[in-house]
Design a protein around this ligand. Structure first.
Ligand code: SF4
Length: 126
């Protein structure tokens, strides 16, 4: 077996406005050191960002016969970064009917993440 290289990753903690600079050292998939965090939430964020990064998805979905041709939507919570493209592709195939209200659930569980997609604006009929 070949030896796995040590890697150092640097990124900003986005959990609170202080924005600590986090430094994570890992060998292969194993985290060996985390520095720079000022609280336990930052340490948790560093581990998640390195092992399973999550993002809020914001996009639009087509609306047929509405006052606008599309409605803006977002995930109710962050979803794994690795699932973003699949989620965008799924949403690009949908066509909704008005009226749509802010907060309406458009998809209950986007691409098996368990996270709903919700509307972020109102679209009435034509
Ligand atoms: S490590 Fe803690 S204090 Fe620093 S930015 Fe993250 S949440 Fe805020």
């Amino acid at each position: 077996m070949g030896e796995e290289k040590e890697e150092t990753l640097k990124f900003t903690c986005i959990v609170c406005p202080i924005g600590c600079e986090l430094i994570v050292k890992k060998v292969g998939a194993k985290i060996i050191d985390i520095k720079g965090y000022k609280c336990p939430k930052g340490k948790e964020y560093a581990i998640q960002e390195v092992t399973n990064p999550q993002r809020i998805l914001m996009t639009v979905v087509k609306v047929k016969g509405g006052s606008l041709p599309t409605v803006s939507v977002k995930t109710a919570k962050p979803i794994p970064k690795a699932k973003l493209l699949e989620a965008v592709k799924y949403l690009s195939k949908l066509e909704l009917k008005p009226p749509i209200k802010i907060g309406d659930v458009i998809v209950d569980d986007i691409v098996g993440t368990g996270v709903p997609i919700v509307a972020t604006r109102n679209v009435n009929g034509e």
